[in-house]
Design a binder for this molecule. Structure first.
Ligand SMILES: O=C(O)CCC(=O)C(=O)O
Length: 252
C-alpha cells in the first residue's frame, strides 16, 4: 500500500488520499456498524457554534468518540496493517500510537460543516508528528460535505485560532470555498497532518456521509499540554513504545 511517491506527496502537500484501502464490502459493514453504534447512544450533536454561521441555518452532526469502546469492529480496524503501515510510512516512524478515534455521521440534506482549522490547535504536541486518517464508509463527493484541505499549509506551523465557536481559523480569511475539495469513495482513506489546514462543507445530498477518524502519533511525540485526553489514548497500534509511558502520565 505504501510507495515513495505517496510519502513524497504527503510531505509536500500535508495530505494524501489512499484509494481503496478497504473493499466496498468492508466499507458497507463498517458503515452499518457506525449507524448501529449511534442508534444505541443518546443523541449528541457536536456541531461547532461557528458552523451554524457558515451554514446559515440549522444543520446536524452525529458522533461517537472512542468508537473502539462501543464495537470491537473498530478495535480491529485500528490495528489493521493496511492502515498502520501507511501511518508509519507517512510519519517516518516504525511505531504508531493512538491519540483518539471518532465516528462522524453527517445526516442527509443537513449535515454540519467544519470551519477551517488545524487539529494542532486542539491537541498540540512538541514534535508535530500527529496525523489523522479519515476512513470513508460511503461515498463523499463534494455535495456530501467532503473534507477540504489547503495543500502545503502544514509547512507554516501552528496558526493562531479563534476559541469562540469551536477553535477554528477566522472565517473571512479562511473561506471553505477557497480550500481544495478531496472527494472520496467508500473504502478510501484520507491521511493529513495535524498542521494541515482543513475543514468540510455541508452535506446537501440525500444520503448520510459516514466516516471514522483515527488520530495517531509517534509515541516519542509529547503532548504540549494536558488537553484532549481520550479513552484508550496511548494504545500502541503498530510497533512498541520506546518511552516510559507511565512517566508521561499515560496510565490513568
Ligand atoms: O469529518 C470532517 O468532515 C472533518 C472533521 C474534522 O475536521 C475534525 O474532526 O477535525
Amino acid at each position: 500500500m505504501t510507495d515513495p511517491s505517496m510519502v513524497r506527496f504527503y510531505e509536500e502537500n500535508g495530505y494524501v488520499l489512499v484509494k481503496g484501502l478497504l473493499t466496498k464490502a468492508e466499507s458497507r459493514a463498517y458503515r452499518d456498524e457506525c449507524h448501529a453504534v449511534l442508534a444505541r447512544l443518546r443523541p449528541a450533536d457536536p456541531t461547532w457554534g461557528s458552523a451554524r454561521e457558515l451554514a446559515g441555518g440549522p444543520t446536524e452532526l452525529r458522533h461517537c468518540h472512542d468508537a473502539q469502546f462501543y464495537s470491537a469492529a473498530f478495535a480491529r480496524l485500528m490495528v489493521d496493517p493496511r492502515f498502520t503501515d501507511v501511518a508509519a510510512a507517512l510519519m517516518g516512524s516504525e511505531n504508531v500510537q493512538l491519540h483518539h478515534t471518532k465516528i462522524f455521521v453527517k445526516p442527509a440534506e443537513k449535515g454540519s460543516p467544519f470551519p477551517m482549522h488545524q487539529d494542532a490547535a486542539h491537541f498540540p504536541h512538541t514534535r508535530h508528528t500527529v496525523g489523522a486518517a479519515i476512513f470513508h464508509f460511503d461515498d463523499a463527493p463534494e455535495d456530501k460535505g467532503c473534507v477540504r484541505v489547503v495543500p502545503g499549509s502544514h509547512r507554516n506551523g501552528p496558526l493562531p485560532h479563534i476559541e469562540e465557536g469551536g477553535w477554528h481559523l477566522p472565517l473571512s480569511e479562511w473561506p471553505l470555498d477557497a480550500a481544495v475539495p478531496v472527494p472520496a469513495e467508500a473504502g478510501d482513506v484520507l491521511f493529513f497532518t495535524y498542521l494541515t489546514v482543513h475543514g468540510s462543507g455541508i452535506n446537501r445530498a440525500d444520503e448520510a456521509r459516514t466516516t471514522l477518524l483515527i488520530q495517531f502519533r509517534d509515541p516519542e511525540d509529547r503532548p504540549a499540554g494536558d488537553v484532549h485526553r481520550s479513552r484508550g489514548q496511548g494504545m500502541m497500534l503498530r510497533g512498541f513504545d520506546p518511552t516510559d509511558g507511565d512517566a508521561r502520565g499515560l496510565r490513568p
